[in-house]
Design a binder for this molecule. Sequence first.
Ligand code: TXA
Ligand code: MG
Length: 349
Amino acid sequence: MKTEVITTLDIDTINRVGHMLRDGALVALPTETVYGLGANGLDSEAMERIYQAKGRPSDNPLILHVPNQDSIKRLVKDIPETAHRLMDAFWPGPLTITLPKSDIVPDKATGGLPRVALRCPDQPVCHDILMAAGVPIAAPSANISGRPSPTTAEDVLAQMDGRIEAIVDGGPCPIGVESTVVEVHDNEVIILRPGGITEAMLRTVVDNVSYDSALHSTNEVPKAPGMKYRHYAPSAPMTAYVGGVEDVGRRMYQDIVDHHQPKKTLGLLVSVPVQGWLAPLLTDYFVEWHTYASMDELARILYMALLDFDNKKVDAIYAEGVEAEDLGVAIMNRMDKSTAHHVYTVEDK
Ligand code: TXA
Ligand code: MG
């Protein structure tokens, strides 16, 4: 199959993409978080093709994307007041809510679960395509299962070329980590996957907000099936450190020289001040750098950097993490998975 990369985003093209999706095609779409691999969310055969293209386990349910609040009415049994308040506050935006599904939602969309995940992206091109499609669009992140999610059309093409009909290039995704997934009850919200909408933001709307306890435990089964798989993983082994600049800089430097022979290629994802501490590595190693100046910037470049390190075939990746607060909760959840739990807290002095 030849994968078409669509860069002209006029009204005719948007209508054409909407029709392709409705007719069963797989089309990668830009959202504000990461690129999604879209298919008709009412068509089980089209959704089956998503699982095949990604190599995704069939028990891992899909998020249905809609252009507005009204579109979810026919997809759910009932909309609790709490869900209305969340949608008013955060839609369009990076919040996915799960509600008991109606009969028209195929089991293929929910992996057989009784709840369906719903999200209204804050991305104008995506919104217009959802309107043109006229059906909910099932869209997991557009990566091969287990790999880092793509945040640019080029990164989608690198993983999906020949597997899908088209990619809509809407430029780089501004947030860079996936949406927050919450299970919504009458007076309670449970965070199943941390993301762009933080716990503190949810608390401005609902008092009773908690995390799925399985997120912090290795022996409980997470309520979001996707959270149990190895994920977001680059090819090279990755280690991350969190702490003060000087401590992170010294410890990272020491671990690198202790564990790697000279002339190896290292992928380093660090803040600008920590980069200074690592500059002496350049005499002995080849270094591919990605640096960031803020937590928002780290979220935006995280997956892009990991995929770039893969392309450059680095031997090992070292990253500086952030405190697990606000957006940092989502970033560190992803780093924990991409390092296979090799995240170390080093004391600030
Ligand atoms: O930002 C995002 O959410 C991106 C963009 C493309 O919208 N999509 C995305 O989809 O991250 P995906 O499939 O990569 O991750 C969806 C997560 C998985 O962990 C899945 O298990 C969980 O949401 N999920 C989906 N439906 C669910 C349901 N009915 N109950 C519990 N968890 C669900
Ligand atoms: Mg994903």
